[in-house]
Design a protein around this ligand. Structure first.
Ligand code: ZN
Ligand code: ZN
Ligand code: ZN
Length: 138
């Protein structure tokens, strides 16, 4: 006989799973407790997985967050937003010509404003040069 450390009941050895690394060659908890633990564990895992999956697939908060970031930027930088809007409009109308990057000649460029009060006065820079420019490289 052996006492299960989980339920505290004394049960015959046959009610314990064999386990070579245990002192008496058997698990410290009875088969019933072991099964219950396994089941509980699986249920917990399942619910965690299910939760993750649902959160990942239908995350309105994530969409709202990125929208919020854009909205916040627009609110905090109305002059930049206006300048970019005016520039995009001028480019569409052909009033401003997009050129290649002024630093390296790449053709995929962004308009960089030195002065947002002059929205059409832009420097055309590729993403990399644009970042470098803002980082202080000349
Ligand atoms: Zn037990
Ligand atoms: Zn460049
Ligand atoms: Zn810029």
């Amino acid at each position: 006989m052996k006492v299960c450390f989980k339920c505290g009941l004394e049960k015959p050895m046959g009610d314990f799973y064999a386990h070579p690394s245990m002192g008496d060659g058997h698990l410290g908890k009875c088969k019933e407790c072991t099964k219950r633990d396994v089941r509980k564990h699986r249920e917990e895992n399942d619910s965690v997985r299910e939760y993750d999956r649902r959160r990942y697939h239908a995350d309105p908060a994530r969409k709202a967050r990125s929208r919020a970031v854009a909205d916040k930027w627009a609110k905090e930088n109305p002059h930049k937003r206006k300048a970019q809007g005016a520039l995009a409009y001028a480019v569409r109308r052909g009033r401003v010509q997009r050129t290649s990057c002024e630093k390296c000649g790449k053709t995929k460029v962004q308009g960089h404003h030195e002065d947002y009060s002059r929205p059409l006065d832009v420097m055309w820079l590729c993403v990399r040069c644009h970042h470098r420019h803002h980082a202080g490289y000349k």
